[in-house]
Design a binder for this molecule. Structure first.
Ligand code: NAD
Ligand code: UD1
Length: 336
């Protein structure tokens, strides 16, 4: 089937994606510097699949380490997750974000070119739709950003587009994720953020296990049915499966293709609180707080391109997303 290099493979989405590749018959080589993850997640990937992961603890900006990986392995394709991803931190440390995310991608692309590897799947984000496009978001809409993290995604997409123009044999799928949540059904891998969670689901999960007192709902005066923010939450296992489809699509298609991975459904913060309360069997405590700077009212995908080109669509429900997240939190209240 082939050997896939997964950068950032020890992280939340990367570890779930390794499971799906291994279960589809691929071999997996992971590069990760563990700056936001633990090697334990890869041991658990091996436990779930009964298969081996080749792991390089290295920084993607280290050109010698990158070269060594391509020399020691015949890599057929690359899935590029590695990057820094906290929006607020990116505003405080823009240079670190641009340096890590852009330089890391340059080093990776140069090593791929040298090795003649021409298949690439990139972790982009719905954040590239910016503040001014109407929902549902369609891939042809203009992209923009409101913070350095978002700009790294916009810029890397542009760079990849340019690389495809320069080399007609190069094939890139930029997957624009909506809001990945949930965890593997085994309860062995899931989201394990460092420090205070920025995102809604890990925060709710920590309230549920008693690590945080209550959730702050950021604004209830948006122009949405119940006044709270609406997002397109997608189960991380559905998302992971989309990467296997994208690698297979890229084998038969050259050029740059952005594709949304979302469900196409919008869920509000209060609907999520209710669904999670049902999954854990007691009410999640919350209070209404001021809006968070940079938030938009509503974001959800037009998910038709993924279905048309990849034959992929999301199957999990809001209920299973919450149940699977809760199972992971109960089994790993202090993370991995
Ligand atoms: P994550 O932090 O769990 O995983 C990223 C991994 O990259 C981590 O394991 C980290 O240690 C590694 N990494 C970072 N810099 C590195 C470097 N210089 N060298 C080697 N490894 C490095 O995050 P995630 O949620 O799994 O996200 C994966 C990708 O998807 C990221 O690019 C992120 O921007 C993108 N994305 C995530 C979301 C989301 O909500 N989680 C949404 C849209 C896009
Ligand atoms: C955020 C990022 C986005 C990034 C995405 C995935 C911002 C402004 N946007 O998106 O760039 O691609 O994460 O990493 O940070 N909420 C609460 N209380 C909380 C946390 C969140 O009410 O403690 C609300 C938010 O206001 C929002 C919804 O929950 O309406 C989802 O928030 P979050 O999980 O942070 O995702 P996004 O805002 O979509």
């Amino acid at each position: 089937m082939g050997k896939i290099l997964v950068t950032g493979g020890a992280g939340f989405i990367g570890s779930h994606t390794c499971v799906e590749f291994l279960e589809s018959g691929y071999e997996v080589v992971v590069l990760d510097n563990l700056s936001n993850s633990k090697e334990e997640s890869l041991r658990r990937v091996e436990q779930i699949t009964g298969k081996k992961v080749t792991f390089y603890k290295a920084d993607m900006r280290d050109a010698a380490a990158m070269k060594q990986i391509f020399a020691e392995n015949e890599i057929d394709a690359v899935v590029h997750f590695a990057g820094l991803k906290a929006v607020g931190e990116s505003v405080e440390k823009p240079l670190e974000y641009y340096e890590n995310n852009l330089n890391g991608t340059f080093v990776l692309l140069a090593a791929m070119r040298e090795a003649g590897c021409k298949r690439f799947v990139f972790s982009s984000s719905a954040t590239v739709y910016g503040m001014h496009n109407p929902v549902p978001y369609v891939e042809d809409m203009p992209t923009s950003a409101t913070n350095p993290y978002g700009y790294t995604k916009v810029m890397i997409e542009q760079i990849l587009h340019d690389c495809c123009n320069a080399d007609p044999e190069f094939s890139v799928v930029a997957l624009r994720y909506f809001n990945p949540i949930g965890a593997h059904k085994s309860g062995l891998i899931g989201e394990d953020p460092n420090g205070i969670p920025n995102n809604l689901l890990p925060y709710i999960g920590q309230v549920a296990v008693g690590k945080r007192e209550q959730l702050s709902v950021f604004g209830n005066d948006y122009d949405t049915p119940d006044g709270t923010g609406v997002r397109d939450y997608i189960h991380v296992v559905d998302l992971a499966k989309g990467h296997v489809c994208a690698i297979e699509y890229a084998a038969g298609h050259k050029g740059f293709m952005p594709i949304n991975l979302g469900t196409g459904n919008g869920i509000s913060v209060l609907e999520m609180v209710e669904a999670y309360s049902k999954a854990c069997g007691f009410p999640i405590k919350y209070r209404i707080a001021p809006r968070r700077a940079g938030d938009i009212a509503t974001s959800y995908a037009d998910a038709s391109r993924a279905k048309e080109l990849l034959g992929w669509e999301a199957h999990e429900t809001l209920e299973t997303m919450c149940e699977d997240s809760w199972r992971f939190m109960q089994r790993n209240p202090n993370g991995l």
